[in-house]
Design a protein around this ligand. Structure first.
Ligand SMILES: *Cc1c(COP(=O)(O)O)cnc(C)c1O
Length: 394
């Protein structure tokens, strides 16, 4: 697709001051993406540092209990730093180093992307500054501590709702102030071209591995791949190498919060309209005046009012389906996987699991579902306990 367009979506809607930065990034990525030395260094980081390949685990007890399709879990929660975020971060920070940059900046919501970026910056000896909504710094204080421990400077953002969207806006603003030595490590398949393509390519290792691992175990393609969608990077990574395999259903699970028919939701495809924000054309949750609407989800990682442009296009063409999953359904799935398989998933990933739990029993036993477990759930235990009326800290 030319110039970062995915059908009507994508593009480069940035202020003039950022055009040089995105053009420089585009040229550098074109130069390095197939460079044998870059590819081998990144593979070494994936395998030697991030603990790849992540296992494709047959969830036997869950399959037995649901009594339908076989369920496999792609264990991105087993990656170093606990989620799929590290795949993209290692790729981008390596690219930034090749570009001669000495400083990286990034936004973060729950703190997973901030921690992954601070980790890679420590490894590469780069200066690192993270922007995080003040509300999120309070909800995820442990991750703030980790970022500081890793040597990053953390800025609490007070504008707007003081959450993820405001952190993205602030990081873009910071980038315009200091481009020459600084790379913006964007955390999802969003923002201006070339970010949606770069992030998708680095995350596509997920579907490349799923395909090979499932061939080894079952000798065939899955019938469905299910992933949660915030900006959409773990889902794009899990879908990418299956897009041309038309027999594989691709299902993205959006955070419906208290319900897609309430004002407390973050289900972008279900409730959003086309618009332009954060440098891209895509679908966004908007109010009656076309302003970006405040969004809500129990999951800080899915609490974003937009979706990456490639997902918007997969939706328009009907290649992928997008379904809303409520807080309540996700919390149920979080508890279910913990009790059934002994795996505590991220509350984000639990949105994808909830959908698998709903559809597996309706599918025959010879069908195969793969659920992407995008991260581990340790970070969520306090919030889920609180949701159930327990307070584990006070
Ligand atoms: C950040 C995050 C997400 C949401 O981001 P995507 O770009 O949509 O993947 C999902 N799961 C986990 C564990 C995360 O940390």
């Amino acid at each position: 697709m030319s110039e970062g367009r995915f059908g009507a979506h994508g593009g480069q809607y940035v202020p003039e001051t950022l055009m040089n930065a995105v053009t420089e990034l585009e040229a550098a990525y074109a130069k390095y993406k197939n460079d044998p030395e870059f590819v081998s260094e990144l593979t070494e980081l994936f395998n030697g540092y991030a603990n790849r390949p992540s296992p494709l685990y047959y969830a036997g007890k869950m399959t037995e209990d649901l009594g339908g399709a076989k369920v496999y879990l792609k264990r991105e929660d087993m990656n170093f730093t606990g989620s799929h975020k590290i795949n993209n971060v290692l790729g981008q920070v390596l690219l930034a180093k090749k570009m001669g940059k000495t400083r990286v900046i990034a936004e973060t919501g729950a703190g997973q992307h901030g921690v992954a970026t601070a980790t890679a910056a420590a490894l590469f000896g780069m200066e690192c500054e993270i922007f995080m909504g003040r509300t999120d710094t309070e909800r995820q204080a442990l991750n703030v501590y980790k970022m500081r421990l890793l040597g990053a400077k953390v800025h609490a953002v007070d504008s707007g709702t003081a959450t993820l969207k405001d952190a993205v806006s602030e990081t873009m603003r910071e980038w315009t102030k200091r481009i020459s030595d600084t790379h913006y490590v964007l955390g999802s398949v969003m923002g201006p071209h070339p970010f949606p393509t770069i992030v998708r390519d680095f995350q596509s290792v997920i579907s490349r591995e799923i395909k090979a691992q499932l061939y080894e175990k079952e000798g065939r393609l899955p019938d469905a791949v299910i992933a949660c969608v915030g900006g959409g990077s773990n889902a794009m990574g899990a879908f990418y190498h299956f897009i041309d395999d038309k027999s594989v259903r691709l299902v993205g699970c959006e955070a419906a919060g208290r319900g897609a028919d309430t004002f407390e939701t973050a289900a972008t495809i279900t409730t959003g309209k086309p618009g332009i924000f954060h440098g891209m054309k895509s679908y966004f949750c908007q109010d009656e005046y076309g302003q970006i609407a405040p969004v809500y989800s129990i999951s800080a990682g899915l609490d974003y009012p937009g979706i990456g442009p490639e997902h918007a296009w997969l939706h328009d063409t009907g290649r992928a389906e997008y379904v809303p999953v409520t807080d309540d359904e996700a919390v149920g799935a979080f508890e279910y996987l913990s009790k059934t398989e002994g795996i505590i998933p991220a509350i984000e990933s639990a949105h994808a699991l909830a959908h698998a739990i709903a559809i597996a029993p309706k599918m025959s036993r010879d069908k195969i579902i793969v659920v992407n477990i995008s991260g581990r759930g340790d970070k969520d235990c306090a919030a889920i306990a609180r949701y159930r009326g327990e307070d584990i800290y006070d």
